[in-house]
Design a protein around this ligand. Structure first.
Ligand SMILES: Cc1cc2nc3c(=O)[nH]c(=O)nc-3n(C[C@H](O)[C@H](O)[C@H](O)COP(=O)(O)O)c2cc1C
Length: 336
């Protein structure tokens, strides 16, 4: 393994699964080839054959292991079976229960399990289920946010909970550079999981306007106005775009089904209408009023200054973190 590698990978860096299809084969393979952990995202509906194709396409671009993320609140039994049959390196699960019997099934198939959690209670369940890794998502994270606690408070609690068990703890939320990586290590994490930073890469499947906004904008909001009908009770962190600043509230009983179609997208091979206030971010195929669509991002977005190749993101994280640790923790120059 390389510098601070985890789970048999060179580095302790995880590229978060980016729904609905933003972390596709190109991004995941680029991350895997760079020695980090890339995660595809399984579609929100049962389509095991399509998912197998995604896995095979990724394998045609890398001979390194990678994983797949599954949202447990959507139908997923057949997709899960495909993931285990394909024996990918890792299964990442989020937003639901994944008890020990399920983890045992994955282990029998040779697949390691990462559970992303947002509270100490959810972390306890993941420990009881004997997962291989817990991704601790802080409130500052981009995309859907499952908890209410900031990373700096929650992460050390999960580290203490895990103790000396053979479970890696991975920090997620607003980490975009080596300073964030080093801070997570100082809080006791073994690795880091980045969504927004990998969204802003050449290989991500995000729409070019969305990528441009990631460089231009620096403010986010925690909200629940997007995608209420498709995924109720799932708040998200988005960029404060002009659309959000103007229309950033919705009455309690309202949702996207009451609003007009503002565009079209092909998502995981399916043509879809996009309504105003729908929850899906614009991908490379999306047409229409792109700037009125949700643009998920973590609070760290203000630190992103350019779109980079994904392997450069991995290299920068490792080099900067090493440097920060050397300069701030090992050098006597900083002790005042
Ligand atoms: C565009 C986008 C899509 C996301 N989709 C998923 C997803 O499908 N499954 C998941 O577990 N997490 C998803 N997340 C959340 C990440 O797993 C992770 O918690 C988050 O990105 C970390 O915060 P950061 O974006 O500040 O790095 C998404 C995040 C973003 C920005």
């Amino acid at each position: 393994m390389g510098w601070r590698g985890i789970l048999g990978f060179d580095y302790g860096i995880v590229q978060a699964p980016l729904g609905p299809d933003i972390s596709g084969p190109e991004l995941v393979a680029a991350v895997a080839n760079a020695g980090a952990i890339g995660l595809l995202r399984a579609p929100d509906w049962e389509c095991p054959d399509y998912l197998r194709e995604l896995i095979r396409k990724t394998r045609s671009l890398t001979d390194k292991p990678f994983g797949v993320g599954l949202i447990l609140s959507f139908p997923h039994e057949e997709n899960l079976k495909a993931i285990l049959d394909e024996k990918v390196g890792l299964l990442q699960v989020y937003w639901g229960e994944f008890p020990k019997e399920r983890v045992d099934d994955a282990h029998r198939a040779g697949v390691k399990v990462l559970h992303q959690v947002g509270s100490i209670e959810q972390a306890k369940k993941a420990v009881d289920a004997c997962v291989d890794g817990i991704i601790v998502q802080g409130y500052e994270a981009g995309g859907h946010v499952i908890g209410q606690d900031g990373l700096i408070a929650l992460l050390p609690r999960v580290v203490d909970l895990v103790g000396d068990r053979d479970i890696v703890v991975i920090a997620a939320g607003s980490i975009v550079n080596g300073r964030g990586y080093a801070a997570a290590l100082a809080l006791g994490a073994h690795g880091v999981c980045l969504g927004t930073r990998f969204l802003a890469t050449e290989e991500s499947y995000a729409h070019p306007i969305y990528k441009r906004k990631l460089v231009e904008l620096d403010k986010t909001a925690y909200t629940n106005i997007f995608g209420r009908a498709r995924w109720p009770g799932a708040p998200q962190r988005v960029m404060r775009t002009s659309f959000f600043n103007e229309y950033g509230s919705l009455s309690d009983h309202d949702n996207e089904t009451n609003h007009p179609v503002i565009g079209h997208s092909t998502i995981n091979g399916m043509g879809k209408e996009v309504r105003r206030f729908a929850g899906t971010v614009p991908n490379a195929t999306t047409t229409g009023e792109i700037e009125s669509m949700p643009m998920y991002a973590g609070e760290g977005v203000g630190l992103i200054k350019e779109i980079l190749p994904a392997d450069q993101v991995v290299k920068n994280l490792v080099e900067e973190a090493k440097q920060v640790i050397q300069q701030r923790f090992h050098s006597s120059k900083n002790s005042k």
